[in-house]
Design a protein around this ligand. Structure first.
Ligand code: ADP
Ligand code: ASP
Ligand code: MG
Length: 450
């Protein structure tokens, strides 16, 4: 039997008309049995603000009101079915009590529990929209199957357990009805709620598709596929009809927000095709991400990842010595920090760390404790306000002339770091955050608009 998992992002479930359009997309395909939803647009941001220490009581009341307004508007449009109204009331009072608890005792477990409430609301409402259209549908609590570790704010899914739990609790439900579940959230072995990091619903959908051995994952969003760059940065960006897993993974890793960076991993493991399309204009088609594609151009896209931190480590220990990098990486690993780019000289190492890779509540990963630990064996300099621009494609490291085309555009800009060669699929440059938009637009012009 074919099984499709469809994920709808925040703008796709922002209000009743948007949810209704998404429901039509689902109903048009009888194979779409599992639906994964994000929180309605804006709700997770409001919840994040509720978790912040500096948010005063008055502001907390305002935030809760705003969330209630977004969710009750959808409920009203549905004619306020009693069971959904009762569910929303429960979730909203839980938001109030969790936020109050956090103002007294800040801890990451409670933050995740609070952040998870947005998806609780949207999944209950979305299932009701499907039922309103005459379809058998229920909301399902994904915490029953999305088992993660207890790293609150950025939890790691336990792939085998997710597969076992999904086969037991979720698969049997899918034959008789459409199931609507939450993206972004999971549960650890103690039953505590966890989250996978911002934008994590794409990853949830891919993980569930892997667990259920689905035929395809559909990511429905506000753009008609993956474009040659973020269409907000280059109006002439064009949608890509078909792209390989490798290229899509590079794009997501280097900031193409349209896909959470981890989304491709489960798809690759099970060779599941991924489709990205617009829930507002499904008729425009979209992008298929596949294991093998017909066309593999040198230049596929330009991606940008903002909010980058550069760590420059200086140590004379490095000179003709072994073990410095091992020690540095071990320290970073203990702090659960992954390094993105790296360049070295005789006595210096520069590393980029992704600050957008902070946890769900927006807490940065570069702690004082980490800096102190690193400082014990080298001199550390931290630079902020940087952006990483990646040219993504194929055979980049073995095609003559690529550097000329890229660097002629970069002439007026200061390039802080360059990385190329490790992968045939990318060439990355680190530039000042304030110049990133200009660099992307100029690169796009030179590589895609000639
Ligand atoms: P959702 O809420 O549906 O998950 P996101 O806002 O996370 O949607 O992702 C969609 C956005 O990703 C688009 O509106 C677009 O601005 C941005 N984006 C960045 N890079 C790309 C790209 N290469 N192609 C398409 N969209 C991109
Ligand atoms: N609601 C979460 C967020 O805003 C997850 C997602 O949308 O993918 O980050
Ligand atoms: Mg997203």
């Amino acid at each position: 039997m074919s099984l499709i998992v469809a994920k709808f992002g925040g703008t796709s479930v922002a209000d009743y008309p948007a949810m209704s359009r998404c429901a039509d997309i689902i109903l048009a395909n009888p194979d779409t049995r599992l639906v994964v939803v994000s929180a309605s647009s804006g709700v997770t941001n409001l919840l994040v603000e509720l978790t912040q220490e500096q948010t005063c009581d008055e502001r907390r009341m305002q935030l809760i009101k705003k969330i209630a307004h977004i969710q009750y508007q959808i409920l009203d449009a549905l004619g306020s079915p009693q069971e959904v109204a009762a569910r929303l009331d429960t979730v909203l009072s839980r938001i109030s009590s969790l936020s109050e608890e956090l103002s007294r005792n800040r801890n990451k477990a409670t933050m995740d529990e609070l952040l998870a409430q947005g998806e609780q609301c949207s999944s209950a409402l979305f299932a009701a929209v499907l039922r309103e259209k005459g379809e058998a549908a229920s909301a399902f609590d994904v915490r029953q199957v999305m088992r993660t570790d207890s790293h609150f704010g950025r939890a790691e899914p336990q792939i085998e357990q997710v597969a076992q739990l999904a086969a037991k609790h979720l698969a049997p439900l899918l034959s008789s009805q459409r199931i609507v579940t939450q993206g972004f959230i999971g549960g650890d072995e103690n039953g505590s709620t966890t989250t996978l990091g911002r934008g994590g619903s794409d990853y949830s959908a891919a993980l569930l598709a892997e667990a259920l051995k689905a035929t395809a994952v559909e990511i429905w969003t506000d753009v008609a596929g993956i474009y040659t760059t973020d269409p907000r940065l280059a109006p002439k960006a064009s949608p890509i009809a078909e792209i390989s897993f490798n290229e899509a993974a590079e794009m997501a890793t280097f900031g193409a927000k349209v896909l959470h960076p981890a989304t491709i991993l489960p798809a690759v493991r099970q060779k599941i095709q991924v489709f990205v399309g617009s829930s507002r204009e499904p008729e425009r088609g979209g992008t298929w991400i596949r294991h093998q594609v017909e066309d593999e151009p040198v230049y596929r896209a330009v991606a940008v990842r903002r909010d980058q931190t550069l760590l420059n480590l200086h140590s004379l220990q490095m000179l003709h010595a072994q073990g410095f990098l091992a020690e540095t990486f071990a320290t970073l690993a203990r702090h659960k920090i992954s390094v993105d780019l790296i360049t070295t000289s005789e006595v210096n190492v520069s590393l980029t760390l992704d600050k957008t890779g902070s946890d769900s509540a927006g807490n940065g990963l570069l702690s004082e404790a980490l800096l102190q630990e690193l400082s014990q064996h080298c001199r550390v300099r931290v630079e902020d306000d940087l952006a990483l621009v990646a040219i993504v494609g194929n055979k980049i490291a073995s095609t003559p002339g690529v550097c000329r085309r890229v660097f002629e555009v970069l002439e007026p800009h200061n390039v802080r770091m360059i990385c190329q060669g490790a992968s045939p699929h990318n060439l990355c440059v680190l530039v000042s955050e304030s110049e990133a938009a200009q660099v992307v637009s100029a690169l796009h012009k030179n590589l895609f608009e000639q």
